[in-house]
Ligand binder design. Sequence first.
Ligand code: GUN
Length: 302
Amino acid sequence: MSAKLIKGTEIREEILEEIMAEVAEIKDKHGVVPGLVTILVGENPASISYVTLKIKTAHRLGFTEVQDTQPVDISEEDLLALIDKYNNDESINGILVQLPLPKHVDEKKVLNAIDPDKDVDGFHPVNVGRLMIGGDEVKFPPCTPAGIQEMIIRAGVETKGAEVVVVGRSNIVGKPIANMMLQKGVGANSTVTVVHTGTQDLAAHCKRADILIVAAGVPDLVKPEWIKPGACVIDVGVNRVGEKVSEKTGKTIAILKGDVDFDAAKEIAGSITPVPGGVGPMTITMLMKNTLKSLKFKLGIA
Ligand code: GUN
């Protein structure tokens, strides 16, 4: 193994400690704590486990946390009314509607109904626009890209002038991280290329990358020979490729694989994120950071 492992599980703990200290200070000075509501529609097992973890983390940090679970057949009108209720709730700084939503609900309409100043997911078009402008305009960077950038910074990887190649163009990861890495400022100022299913020669682009960010959702897509020796490799893929019985708990759990052939890539890269335990833990961490930020904006101390 030559590559340095960039462990999301460790960086998460550092950031959560920082958030906890800030929460205590704000509580002391202003008598308030951040408030987060997660709205879950239906009983999708993956969504339940994500939401449970979000609420548990918020609780650990001393936030006010509300888990609002709604039946799978809730009408769009009722869901919009629920969002309106939390938009007007002074104790709530962050509203998260867990995706995916059932087919009969228009996801776009729902996300657009969230007050942009409480949109801690950063999915509202206003926040997408703010991200595009960059600098002081940015309020809530979307959580997974924000986590990726934070990992790159804390791993001490130089981004200024670096060739960054992003594999994937999703609205949640590929497009926003590409945008963030090209802005001026810390952990950015890079030359960015985005490659996708329409790209003619994926390998040729990846081979140029000083920082390779892969969010394609295809297990083992990136081959070791696509990696420039010494590059920083960020693997966002979480692909369920089977099941196994956990040695710790005896429960059946998913076998997860990234988008990068990790075992081979770690011999070539300079630093690399594992799957699991890499980017995954950072997403919820940045959600907490955005919720704290939302309260700080409200108090005029951000
Ligand atoms: N479902 C999967 N990932 C996410 C996320 O980051 N935010 C929301 N709201 N739903 C998701």
